[in-house]
Design a protein around this ligand. Structure first.
Ligand code: AMP
Ligand code: MG
Length: 316
C-alpha cells in the first residue's frame, strides 16, 4: 500500500490478510525481546497514565504539528490526554524507582496533512525509559542493545515472515554514529533528519536539538544534551531523548522563555525548589515506527490493528 492511498483508509470488514498477521508476529517478538532485556537489566515495568492535569507541551519542538489538544473535565477538574509521560517520568525517577520503562499510549491530534508522511498517527505507543543520574551515552547503549537484539531475534525466528513481506533487513552494528545537528544543517539544510540517514545503512544519533524546557541545555556552551535516533531508508526519527533539567531557576526561566503555562508543571517546580528533582536521562521509542521499519512497510498505520491515520476516524 502506498503512503497516499492511506489517506482515507479504514479497516475493511473481512478477515485480515496474512501480511497483517505477520506484522503482528514481528511486533510481538520485538516487544518480547525489548521488555525482557530491560527486565534483565533490573528495570521496573511501570504502567501508563492516560489522563492528567500535566502532560508534555510538545512545544517548542521542530516536529510540532498538533491540530488540537484533547482536554476534558472529570470530577470538576480539567485534564489532558497524554501527549507523552515526560512529567510523570521526571517525578517518578526522582521519588521512586531509579530506572524503569513504560509502554505509554499517546494521543496527538496531528495535522491531517501528516497522513501522507507515512510516519504519523494520532494514537501511538512509546516505549519510554528513564534512568536516574544517567548521561546521554548510557541511553544510547540501552537502545542500541534493544534495537540490535530485537532485529537479531526477528531475523533468527521469523525469517519466513520477513520473506513474505519482501523485507531484507540488516542487523545494525553498535555503537551507532553520532552527529551534531548543526553539522547536518550545514550539510543538508532544514531536511537534515531525512537526508542524514539516506546516506547510512545503520541508524544514526543526532544530538543538540533546541526544544522543550525539560531537555538539558548547557548554558555555558549553548549545547543541548539531547538526541534523536534516525532510521535509514527514509523511515526517519524513531527515538527522542535527553539528559534532563533539574534546577529550579533554570526550569522556571526556560518555561517563561517558551511561554509555557507553569500551572501544569507545579509539582516538578516544587520538587526542583526543594532539591528533590534528580538529574536523569531517558528517551522514548515510537513502537509503531520501529515495527514499520523492521517490517519494511510504507505507512506506519499498516502495523496498527485499528489504524489511526491523521484526519481519518474509522468506525472503531
Ligand atoms: P517525541 O518525544 O515527540 O519525539 O516522540 C517520541 C517518539 O514517538 C518519536 O521519536 C516517534 O518515534 C514517536 N512518535 C512521535 N509522534 C508520533 C506520531 N504522530 N505517530 C507515530 N509515532 C510518533
Ligand atoms: Mg522527537
Amino acid at each position: 500500500m502506498t503512503k497516499a492511498s492511506f489517506v482515507g483508509f479504514s479497516a475493511p470488514a473481512e478477515p485480515m490478510d496474512e501480511r497483517k498477521l505477520v506484522i503482528f508476529r514481528i511486533q510481538t517478538k520485538i516487544l518480547d525481546v525489548m521488555t525482557r532485556r530491560l527486565l534483565e537489566k533490573g528495570f521496573y515495568w511501570i504502567l501508563p497514565v492516560i489522563l492528567s492535569k500535566a502532560t508534555d507541551p510538545l512545544w517548542p519542538d521542530p516536529e510540532f504539528s498538533i491540530e488540537k489538544k484533547i482536554e476534558v473535565e472529570i470530577y470538576g477538574e480539567r485534564v489532558r490526554a497524554m501527549q507523552s509521560m515526560i512529567v510523570h517520568k521526571r517525578v517518578l525517577v526522582s521519588l521512586g524507582p531509579e530506572k524503569f520503562f513504560i509502554l505509554s499510549p499517546n494521543i496527538r491530534i496531528e495535522r491531517r496533512q501528516r497522513a501522507a508522511t507515512g510516519r504519523h498517527l494520532y494514537e501511538f505507543t512509546q516505549l519510554e525509559v528513564e534512568v536516574a543520574d544517567a548521561k546521554m551515552e548510557d541511553i544510547f547503549r540501552i537502545f542500541e542493545d534493544l534495537i540490535t537484539k530485537s532485529i537479531e531475534a526477528v531475523k533468527r525466528d521469523l525469517g519466513g515472515e520477513l520473506k513474505l513481506l519482501g523485507r531484507d533487513l540488516k542487523i545494525p552494528e553498535p555503537p551507532f554514529k553520532v552527529y551534531k545537528r548543526k553539522e547536518l544543517e550545514e550539510r543538508y539544510g532544514k531536511d537534515w533528519s531525512i537526508e542524514v540517514a539516506r546516506h547510512s545503512i545503520d541508524p544514526v544519533w543526532v544530538t543538540d536539538i533546541p526544544r522543550q524546557f525539560y531537555d538539558y541545555e548547557d548554558e555555558a556552551t549553548g549545547e543541548w544534551r539531547n538526541f534523536d535516533l534516525i532510521l535509514p531508508e527514509g523511515f526517519g526519527e524513531v527515538i527522542s531523548g535527553a539528559e534532563r533539567e533539574y534546577e529550579y531557576e533554570k526550569l522556571s526561566r526556560k518555561m517563561e522563555r517558551d511561554g509555557i503555562d507553569k500551572s501544569q508543571y507545579g509539582l516538578i517546580l516544587r520538587l526542583a525548589e526543594k532539591g528533590l528533582l534528580k538529574p536523569s536521562a531517558g528517551a522514548g521509542l515510537g513502537v509503531e515506527r520501529f515495527v514499520a521499519y523492521v517490517a519494511g512497510v510504507e505507512h506506519v498505520a499498516e502495523v496498527q490493528p485499528f489504524p489511526r491515520v491523521p484526519g481519518v476516524v474509522p468506525e472503531i
